[in-house]
Design a binder for this molecule. Structure first.
Ligand code: ADP
Length: 530
């Protein structure tokens, strides 16, 4: 005890006043480092300020993390997913009563991608970003101008000589593993509103309205291949008078989605609950394509793919009848079962009770993987796998539930290119973003993002970044961080899905097996913090 006391007194008496000195301020290592390391000596401990382009940094995505020692401070200016907008000089100013010193270091995080000149619908993000220099802007404007002229010339030529359809899609579009599709309009948008494009398209147009990816001329399903050994697919027709609408479930992009009672659908039940999706005022072409999409859906049957019962095409609107999934889409479900969720009880917000646990998250992921194993066995490439496109039924039953109907409410998840096409870039691998290449392997990448969504209770991937910044991060090799609650084993699976080379990615069968085994293992064995 006494020796302790004497030690402390001696220690104290050794303290002297020291003016601030910046001993270390290190450039972050490009691409890999998201931190500027520093060591500052001084007593009393100096206060630190960081300047970027002469302004004090005030961003929730940049923060100082440090440890205090006897007469020095050691730490990091830490950046959350920095991009080329963050490149530049950073000045550290250290001040104590004996003086003030400063030092500057250049932070270089990512290269500016050469092709970023698209409009960006994500609000708020760019406002936080430093402005591009005007020289760079002039070049960008010049290039954009040249690009516009080029596009107009191309558009005229395509319309004149090569027109397959209004939106420049190639003929049979590949959705077979490994094949390239340079078109791939997932969603078409008209003045910011997602519309069924075939309604105003020519007779050869692909109906994007009912089909986000072009299934119509997919040789897989309509000419040869596994399910197409049958010469024709028999789509079940449902009588309009057998459908009794009960209430609206949601607004789809092309019409409302209703909960309905359907009579004479099942041989064992007189009536059953179904979800019906409607398409109003279709053209002849839209009707034809609607029929073909129904054939596709009829051919996709699996316990983790939402069940398609049939169509009602006599009269207007056209209707597709699906099994009813009580809890709606998985994204909404995850958000409603996360730590931040509140529910309204008598008009007052209350903390919601049922937070999803680890084994439930694994169960959800395993089921989606099972649906994907089936899709890949059919050589079917989905292209838009995300939690918003999965549905949740009773007993945490999860199915892949959307094969082509886009949504208004999730339009923020899509990136508009060229005014028409909407791409879910936050779920897309580099080769899909850069070359519009979609494959079973690109679906695996999206599955990695789905796992990330599940373990963050439905957060939007890269939520802190604008669409342009997301493109930059993904194409330059950055991947999403490990969610706080995610076991290392699961994050390793995500990393296996996010290998840059498509062939190096895990295969969905193996992923499903590992997820299943992890779900069976006692959660104690999972390394939640490691
Ligand atoms: P669209 O694809 O035409 O945009 P959606 O599939 O997005 O339509 O459906 C809109 C909403 O309706 C979804 O958010 C979902 O909650 C609900 N919904 C869609 N299909 C079903 C279903 N089979 N069972 C229950 N709810 C559904």
């Amino acid at each position: 005890m006494l020796s302790n006391y004497i030690y402390i007194v001696n220690f104290k008496s050794n303290w002297q006043l020291i003016p601030p000195v910046i001993l270390k301020l290190e450039e972050p290592e490009r691409r890999h480092h998201t931190c500027i390391e520093f060591t500052v000596r001084g007593f009393p401990h100096p206060t630190l300020r960081w300047l970027y382009k002469g302004q004090e940094i005030q961003s929730p995505y940049i923060r100082t993390e440090m440890d205090n020692y006897q007469d020095y401070l050691e730490g990091c200016l830490t950046f959350e997913n920095p991009t080329h907008y963050d490149n530049g000089n950073y000045t550290l100013v250290a001040t104590n009563p004996l003086g003030s010193v400063s030092k500057t270091v250049f932070g270089h995080f990512l290269e500016a991608p050469p092709f970023l000149d698209e409009e960006d619908p994500t609000p708020g993000n760019d406002a936080n970003r430093p402005e591009e220099d005007s020289f760079g802007m002039s070049i960008a404007v010049g290039l954009a101008g040249f690009g516009c002229v080029f596009l107009i010339v191309m558009f005229v030529l395509i319309n004149k000589y090569g027109r397959r359809n209004k939106f420049g899609m190639k003929g049979p579009v590949a959705v077979i593993s490994g094949e390239e599709d340079s078109a791939s309009p997932l969603h078409h948008v008209n003045h910011g509103i997602v519309t069924p494009c075939a309604l105003d398209a020519g007779p050869d147009a692909v109906v994007i309205g009912m089909s986000r990816f072009p299934v119509l001329e997919n040789p897989q399903y309509f000419r040869h291949g596994h399910t197409c050994n049958k010469p024709t697919t028999h789509v079940q027709h449902v009588n309009r008078r057998d459908i009794v609408l009960k209430r609206e479930l949601g607004e789809g992009a092309f019409g409302k989605v209703f909960l309905a009672e359907c009579y004479n659908l099942s041989p064992t039940k007189d009536k059953m609950l179904v979800a019906v999706k409607t398409l109003k005022d279709p053209t002849m072409a839209a009707r034809k394509d609607f029929q073909r999409e129904a054939e596709l859906l009829t051919n996709l049957q699996h316990e983790h793919i939402v069940k398609f019962y049939g169509v009602c095409v006599d009269g207007d609107p056209l209707i597709m009848v699906f099994e009813y999934m009580k809890h709606g889409d998985l994204n909404k479900f995850l958000r409603a079962h996360g730590p931040d969720s509140t529910i309204l009880v008598d008009g007052h917000p209350m903390q919601s009770s049922g937070e999803l646990g680890l084994s439930q998250m694994l169960h959800v992921a395993t089921q989606i993987a099972a649906g994907m194993v089936y899709l890949s066995s059919q050589h079917f490439v989905h292209r838009d796998l995300a939690t918003r496109n999965c549905l949740v039924g009773n007993g945490l039953l999860v199915k892949i539930g959307d094969f082509g109907m886009s949504r208004d409410i999730y339009s923020m998840d899509y990136y508009r290119v060229g005014g028409h096409t909407m791409l879910p870039i936050r779920w897309m691998p580099p080769e899909s973003i850069m070359y519009r290449k979609f494959s079973t392997e690109s679906d695996v990448w999206s599955f990695g993002v789905i796992m990330w969504e599940i373990f963050t209770y439905g957060k939007q991937p890269w939520f802190q970044l604008s669409n342009n910044e997301v493109i930059e991060c993904i194409t330059q090799g950055r991947v999403l961080d490990r969610p706080r609650l995610c076991p290392k084993e699961v994050y390793d699976l995500m990393l296996g899905c996010w290998q840059r080379e498509p062939q190096q990615r895990l295969n969905i069968k193996d992923i499903q097996k590992v997820l299943y085994a992890l779900g069976k293992a006692t959660p104690v064995y999972l390394d939640i913090l490691g």
